[in-house]
Design a protein around this ligand. Structure first.
Ligand code: NI
Length: 234
């Protein structure tokens, strides 16, 4: 799912200034053994810039209702930042690790998120290709490419096989992070999301026309919460 304008143009510009000031290290330092073999990028080192950037991204997520409804986040791993360019310009097919450890403990990665920070016209290649079949390559199983405007993010199940195509011109900056959801199963999460979106539109239409919610909308909202109660793990 695409989260449009998670960051405003001003916030993207500020983020890019911090990224330009920071120090960059080999991206393999945070990958598991399988991913490290195919990971060729750089990652922003720990420092004041990384701290500011993380706060910026986490604050943006909290004010984004679509993210909250789709991800039902229990915990968000601190966002990290990567750069693809030159000869460190690609990330081959991999599945993100299920369990991510960080100073606060272990987190189950249910959802992966990539926030694009470079304007798409400023680099060639660099597509995030999601949903690769076991065979990869072209044809069936080739996956779906995403190259979103700076400030937009892609949220996708962490169980998905994905890769980043080589950047052949310019540089691609992005933030990436994982989310542990209150609802671990993606099919259940998807049903709740669809119901929540439909309910939001229904309530809005009723409030616009009659000024109050119908008993049916109240009942369906109750069903939403009762399904969430059934499926959520806190
Ligand atoms: Ni990945």
């Amino acid at each position: 799912m695409r989260l449009q304008q998670l960051l405003s143009a001003d916030e993207v510009a500020q983020a890019r200034r911090w990224l330009a000031e920071g120090e960059w290290i080999d991206g393999r330092s945070t990958a598991g053994p399988q991913a490290a073999a195919v990971k060729h990028n750089e990652q922003l080192a720990e420092g004041p810039q990384a701290q500011h950037l993380r706060e910026l991204v986490l604050q943006a997520l909290e004010r984004q209702p679509l993210f909250l409804s789709a991800a039902l986040p229990r915990r968000v791993l601190p966002p990290a930042f990567n750069r693809y360019r030159g000869d460190r310009n690609a990330y081959g097919a991999h599945v993100d690790q299920a369990i991510r450890t960080h100073p606060g403990g272990a987190l189950r990665a249910d959802l992966s998120c990539t926030l694009f920070l470079s304007p798409p016209e400023s680099y060639d290649g660099g597509e995030l290709i999601v949903g690769l079949g076991p065979a990869g390559g072209d044809g069936p199983g080739a996956g779906q490419p995403f190259k979103l405007p700076a400030g937009d993010a892609l949220l996708y199940p962490a169980s998905t096989l994905h890769r980043v195509a080589p950047v052949t011109r310019g540089e691609r900056l992005a933030s990436f992070f994982w989310i542990e959801s209150l609802v671990p199963r993606s099919d259940e999460r998807q049903l709740l999301f669809e119901m929540d979106m439909a309910l939001m539109r229904l309530r809005q239409r009723e409030i616009d026309s009659a000024g109050q919610e119908s008993p049916e909308a109240v009942a369906l909202t109750g069903t939403y919460h009762n399904l969430l109660r059934l499926w959520a793990r806190t």
